[in-house]
Design a protein around this ligand. Structure first.
Ligand code: CA
Ligand code: CA
Length: 296
């Protein structure tokens, strides 16, 4: 199995960046990822000003997939996420949705899949990938979520999940980073438990699948359509309408039937409210999709 080493980082998705590795469709590959502060937060209580925030949100890659051509879809199965032995967080005035005084940089130990929080509180880890994307046709920072994936911060994007991403450039140029040992819905204080670690994925190119509304996530017993926008009002409608269209196309429901079913079994949710574009998703049970005879 090939491994993309932890020093192969970028700070943007950019078609001008040369791939650091080439794989074939169906290959399994490991990405060694640095945490979102590029591992600059080395001590609990450290001063925020000691970090260079131009190095925020590094992504490991890009990895070229030989068979991938524009118009294809890249299926990325998350087989494993190994975390380092600590996680870090920075909470500060003006970031996130809370009124917090000052700037607080913290480092927490992780042992036996458990985060040792303050006051003796142990929190079981739930590892996930914050940033994962194919390269868009135009350069994009690693701060923004979008149609290419990017800074999605979807807590369901953990071990055993699958994400479907569009291919905009030859080779797809897949990159990822911003691992969280755990993240709550909304990522409301601006960060999850930011963690370095290694992600193992199997990458498959799907030809002629124009029916998957990317970025599309399958995790646990549900599938999710996703959308990103500066306004939550616009974002949640976009995420829900993607699932509406998907049900009409895949399960051959009428517009009214699909709307009714989503109003009964769908679960409209916020992914994060702290990135330059906010994220929403519409969750739908896989079991209902199967009973409708939809293709997957
Ligand atoms: Ca993030
Ligand atoms: Ca993060």
């Amino acid at each position: 199995m090939q491994t993309v080493p932890r020093d192969q980082i970028q700070f943007r998705f950019d078609p001008a960046l040369a791939p650091v590795m080439e794989i074939s469709s169906g290959d399994t590959v490991r990405f060694e990822c640095q945490d979102c502060y590029a591992e600059q937060l080395t001590e609990d209580g450290m001063e925020f000003g000691r970090m260079d925030m131009r190095r925020n949100n590094p992504i490991t890659g890009p990895v070229r997939v030989r068979e991938a051509a524009p118009g294809d879809i890249l299926k990325v199965e998350v087989l494993g996420i190994e975390l380092k032995d600590h996680g870090v967080m920075c909470v500060r005035t003006g970031k996130g949705i809370y009124e917090v005084e000052g700037c607080h940089c913290r480092k927490f130990q992780i042992r036996n899949d458990t985060i040792r929080f303050d006051n003796g509180l142990d929190i079981p880890t739930r590892p996930m990938i914050g940033v994962i994307g194919t390269c868009p046709a135009e350069p994009e920072t690693t701060q923004v979520p979008g149609e290419h994936g990017g800074n999605l911060d979807i807590r369901e994007l953990g071990i055993g999940s699958t994400v479907y991403l569009p291919v905009a450039v030859p080779g797809a140029n897949l990159s990822m980073g911003d691992i969280h040992a755990i993240q709550g819905g909304g990522e409301t204080a601006i960060c999850g438990m930011e963690c370095s670690g290694t992600v193992t994925v199997r990458v498959t190119v799907l030809k002629d699948r124009h029916d998957i509304p990317t970025p599309f996530v399958v995790s646990g017993k549900s599938c999710y359509t996703t959308a990103a926008h500066e306004s939550l009002d616009t974002c949640h409608v976009a995420a829900a309408r993607k699932m509406h269209r998907f049900l009409m196309d895949q399960a051959h429901l009428s517009d009214a039937q699909a709307a009714m079913l989503l109003s009964l079994c769908g679960n409209l949710r916020i992914t994060q409210v702290v990135n330059p574009k906010k994220g929403c998703m519409m969750e739908f049970p896989l079991e209902v999709l199967e009973r409708l005879g939809a293709e997957q």
